[in-house]
Each structure stands twice: as C-alpha cells, then as structure tokens.
Design a protein around this ligand. Sequence first.
Ligand code: NDP
Length: 248
Amino acid sequence: MLKGQVALVTGGSRGIGRAVCRRLAAMGAKVGINYVSNPAAAEETLAEVAADGGSAFLARFDVADAGAVQKAVKEIVADHGVIDILVNNAGITRDGLMARMKEEDWDAVIDTNLKGTFLCSKAVMRPMMKQRRGRIINITSVIGFLGNGGQVNYGAAKAGIVGLTKSMARELAPRKVTVNAVAPGYIVTDMTSELSEEIRDAIRSQIPLGSLGSPEDVAAVVGFLAGDDAAYMTGQTLHVNGGMYMGN
Ligand code: NDP
C-alpha cells in the first residue's frame, strides 16, 4: 500500500516510534529510523524491520537542532529521492510541579516536542510541496487536551502541536500535503515505565477500556493516516486512549 514511498519517523528507535516504523515498513514504505542518543535501540528497530521483510535505514540527528535537521533531510532526499511521509514522534518529558520547574526543563520539552515538530516539518515540506503529495503525522498526547499537574511544559508542547497541525494543514492543503495528529492516551513504553504501580492503577481506573495501550495501537492509526484511505483527511486529531478522553 505504501510501496515505493519513503517515510521518516522521528524518535523511531523505541516505544511508539519503533512500532510506527514496523507498521509503515510492513505497509511497504522504506523507513528512516531517527534517534539521537541510543544507537543500540535504533539498530534493534532496524533488525526488527528487516526480520519482518521490510526496508529501513538509520538517521541520527537531534530534532531540536535546525542545522542538523536540514542536513539530515537533505541527505535522505539525495539518497532516496523523496520523503513522502513524516511522522513527528520524538518526544521527552521533564516533569515537575510548575512552582519548582526549572526554565531549562521548560525549554528542553518545548524544544524537542514542539519546535522539533516545526523544524522537521519545515525541512520536508518543500520536497513534498514540489511533488504535490505528502503526509505529515504529528504525535500529540491526551495530556494536551486534559492537562496534567506536573507536566505544564509537556501539556503546552502537546497542545501546541494541535494548533500547529491545524495551521500547517491549511497552508499545505493547496499542494495536496495533508497534516494530521494522533493523540495517544497512556501507552506502555519507556516513557511510562517509571510510573509506580499505584499511579498505573489510578490511571487504569480512568480508562473505560480498562488497560493502558500498546505502541501497536497507536501505530495502526498512524498507518491509516499514512495510507490512501485517509487521503481526504487533514487538520484532524485522532484519539487513541481507550476512551479516557472523548472530546475533540
Ligand atoms: P520513548 O521515550 O519510548 O522514546 C522516545 C524516542 O524519541 C526515542 O526513540 C528517542 O531516541 C527519541 N528522541 C528523544 N529526543 C529526541 C531528539 N531530540 N531528537 C531525536 N530523537 C529524539 O517515548 P514514547 O514511545 O513513549 O513516546 C513517543 C511519542 O509519543 C512522544 O512524542 C510522546 O510524547 C508521545 N506520547 C507517548 C505516550 C505514552 O504513554 N508513552 C502518551 C502520549 C503521547 P533516543 O533513545 O536515541 O534518545
């Protein structure tokens, strides 16, 4: 279904990003696995894609570094001709109550999660606009909709991604590039592994479907948005949260 297409997945080496890489590769895309600090995890993802019979390559760069992003995207386009699909998934948390939150923890989360989405999208949009085809899929979070004590930086970045998605969707629609977001609820990954069992139980009690989600639950929806069936959707946010949040 994505045969002949090239996808770039930021933060593709672990967690949700890894499942997205595997999904897009299984759909036939050649997948660029981006990461920044942990080559072993990226190699593992590469091996998993290969074991599934898919095609992938590694792309190490910091999504928050404008120069590095531009250079990497240029190299990928030179090597593979195009980038058809960008999944802005790289993200970090630096939690803490606002009264005690350091400015550097605010900046780190905004830079990676929100500015990184802007920089990577800006770098790929020109080749996408030129070919009059492209899909940009931004990973936001239920926290951008519900808010969460201890995560003012993360909540601001994730709500910002929703606004960014809508404005980008309007700008790029005339060139047939669609921009959508996926908002996961609580998903079992390294990011949530630090939560205590007590907190997990409290979270579970707020999820109508009764359990945390898997990276594959999110990857399936990203795969849908990347595929032909989602051609007429843009500026939307799809929620994957077990019913935890039902607004829009
Ligand atoms: P993980 O912590 O498991 O993985 C994060 C990934 O992002 C890694 O591949 C990491 O690479 C990469 N990364 C981090 N910083 C950068 C950077 N500056 N440049 C490039 N890559 C970077 O996260 P999850 O899989 O849990 O989360 C993925 C996305 O989903 C995030 O945007 C997160 O906010 C969002 N999300 C997650 C939820 C959850 O419950 N897990 C819920 C809602 C949203 P490396 O290892 O090399 O640093």
